[in-house]
Design a protein around this ligand. Structure first.
Ligand SMILES: [Zn+2]
Length: 218
C-alpha cells in the first residue's frame, strides 16, 4: 500500500513511498544530491528582525525541482517572536508561493483565527500541518483551498475531531516522528468507518497528497 507523509522532518529510507521532508533552508548542492522532495521556508520559531538575510537564501533555492512546497512557515503566538514580525514573514512566504504556484505548509499555534485574512489576500493551496481546529474553525476554512494534515495532536487527542473534514481534504503526517503515519491512519479509520476501511481511506489521502504537491508525479 502506498502511504504518504505530507510533512515530516525525517528522511524515509523505506515504508513510505511519498513524503515531503521539511528542509528549512536547504543548500543547492544538497538539493542536487537527494532523491526525495522537500519543503523550504522560515519556521516562526527561528525568525527575528533580521529575517531578510535568511529569506534571500530561500529565494535562491525555491525553484529547484526538489522543492515542492514553501514552509513550514506560519504563525505561532505561543513560542514565536513579535506578531508584527511573524505577519510580515508569513505574508512574504505566501506571496512567494503564489508567484511560484507552490503549496504552503503552515504552522499555526493559537493563531488560527488570524489565518483567513491572509488566505483572502493570497489564495494559495495550504497544508495546515498538525491540524487541531474546532468544528467551527474547520467549517470556515472549507471555503478555501485548504488541506488538513492530521498528525501528532490528532493521534494524542489534543485536537477535536476529523469528522468535520471531508475525506478529499485530509492528509497524514508524522512531523518530528513521535508518531507514524500508520498511527494517524488507524485513528482516522476508527473515527471515520464510513470511509470503507484503511486501504480505501489511504487511497483518498494519497490522491490528496498528489493533488497538493503536483511537482511530485504520482
Ligand atoms: Zn514540522
Amino acid at each position: 500500500m502506498l502511504i504518504t507523509d505530507a510533512h515530516t522532518h525525517r528522511k524515509y529510507t523505506d515504508g513510505c513511498s511519498g513524503f515531503v521532508r521539511n528542509a528549512f533552508l536547504p543548500r543547492t548542492e544538497t538539493l542536487n544530491r537527494i532523491n526525495y522532495f522537500v519543503s523550504a521556508g522560515l519556521h516562526p520559531w527561528y525568525i527575528d528582525n533580521n529575517w531578510a538575510g535568511a529569506y534571500s537564501g530561500l529565494l535562491d533555492v525555491v525553484q529547484h525541482p526538489r522543492v515542492v512546497a514553501i514552509g513550514e512557515c506560519g504563525l505561532d503566538y505561543f513560542h514565536g517572536p513579535d506578531k508584527a514580525v511573524q505577519w510580515h514573514v508569513f505574508e512574504a512566504h505566501l506571496a512567494l508561493a503564489q508567484q511560484l504556484k507552490l503549496p504552503v505548509i503552515v504552522h499555526l499555534v493559537r493563531a488560527i483565527h488570524d489565518l483567513i485574512p491572509f488566505i483572502k489576500s493570497r489564495p494559495n493551496t495550504l497544508v495546515l500541518h498538525d491540524y487541531r481546529g474546532t468544528e467551527e474553525e474547520t467549517k470556515k476554512l472549507l471555503d478555501y483551498d485548504v488541506y488538513f494534515s492530521m498528525g501528532r495532536s490528532y493521534v494524542k487527542n489534543i485536537n477535536r475531531s476529523a469528522r468535520f473534514i471531508p475525506a478529499n481534504r485530509l492528509l497524514t503526517e508524522s512531523d518530528t516522528g513521535k508518531i507514524s503515519v500508520q498511527d494517524v491512519l488507524t485513528k482516522l479509520n476508527t473515527e471515520l468507518p464510513e470511509q470503507g476501511g484503511i486501504a480505501q481511506l489511504n487511497e483518498q489521502i494519497t490522491k490528496n497528497f498528489f493533488n497538493v504537491y503536483p511537482k511530485i508525479k504520482s
